[in-house]
Design a protein around this ligand. Structure first.
Ligand code: B1M
Length: 210
């Protein structure tokens, strides 16, 4: 019988081939999709999140674990809808206009994916208007803005304004983060949540959509 605990451990070590093998075996045995996803994949990514937050592991380990998670999740994807596995929520994510830094943004996206979110990754250099259009198109619960430059972080305020102008401010929460961003900046621009790292961002997103 497919060993989901072993799958979770292989995921944490970034062993994508082994993860795929166990997920395929579990599928062949007719195991419950939700069980494979939660016990084989998400449990491993949760442990990675905690270790990253505690500085026990670093960016490369997170990236290879996320790659293994994606490899396993890709096998499950075609069956998710039929199995009634709904995403925990939908988040539109991007790095703000004028800013090309995307490593932190990608980590946030991966951690949120690991928690079961549908992620619409817009990339970098994203205008306020683009965030809003995507949030409307995908009926997003959360808009996630990342900024690494003191010269671009103010663009986050424009995203909040644009959401208000588009009449979606009560439907979508706005989360902000990135090295120069602080709680007091978040409060000043009227965003909903500031989190200092990718793991807390994913945890906060889960609380928002609980
Ligand atoms: Co740039 N850069 N860079 N850079 N760069 C910094 C940010 C800088 C601090 C370096 C320095 O001078 N010491 C400085 C900013 C100064 C400032 O504004 N205060 C700087 C500068 C000035 C620039 C340029 C202007 C340089 C130039 O051309 N003169 C230029 C700007 C280009 C542009 O964006 N328009 C530039 C360019 C680049 C590269 C392209 C070379 C490259 C980016 C490659 C890429 O991202 N694909 C780069 C890099 C790599 C850095 C440093 C070295 C590393 C940034 C990084 O990826 N950190 C950085 C210096 C440093 O930090 N040591 C620097 C790792 C990443 C995991 O951390 O993104 O903070 P971070 O994400 C964290 C948290 O912040 C949080 O979670 C992550 C961890 O869990 N987080 C969120 C991030 N987003 C979040 C969103 C959330 C919640 C949490 O909710 C939605």
């Amino acid at each position: 019988m497919a060993d989901l605990q072993a799958c979770s451990e292989f995921l944490q070590k970034g062993k994508a081939n082994e993860v795929k093998e166990i997920v395929q075996q579990a599928l062949d045995e007719g195991m419950n999709i939700k069980e494979i996803l939660e016990e084989g994949l998400m449990s491993g990514m949760n442990i990675i999140g905690v270790k990253f937050k505690n500085n026990e592991i670093f960016i490369p380990e997170v990236l290879i674990a996320a790659r293994a998670m994606n490899a396993g999740a890709a096998l499950l994807k075609p069956f998710m809808k039929d199995a009634g596995v709904e995403p925990k929520g939908t988040a539109v994510i991007g790095t703000v206009k004028g800013d090309l830094h995307d490593i932190g943004k990608n980590l946030v996206a991966m951690m949120m994916e690991g928690k079961g979110f549908k992620i619409v990754d817009l990339g970098t250099d994203i205008t306020a208007q683009k965030y809003i259009e995507a949030a409307i198109e995908h009926d997003a619960d959360i808009i996630c803005c990342s900024a690494l430059l003191t010269t671009t972080m103010n663009e986050m305020g424009n995203v909040v304004k644009a959401a208000t102008e588009a009449g979606i401010r009560d439907k979508v929460k706005i989360m902000v983060g990135g090295a120069p961003v602080t709680q007091s900046f978040c409060d000043t621009i009227g965003a909903d949540y500031y989190t200092p790292d990718a793991t807390s961002a994913a945890e906060t997103a889960l609380t928002i959509c609980a």
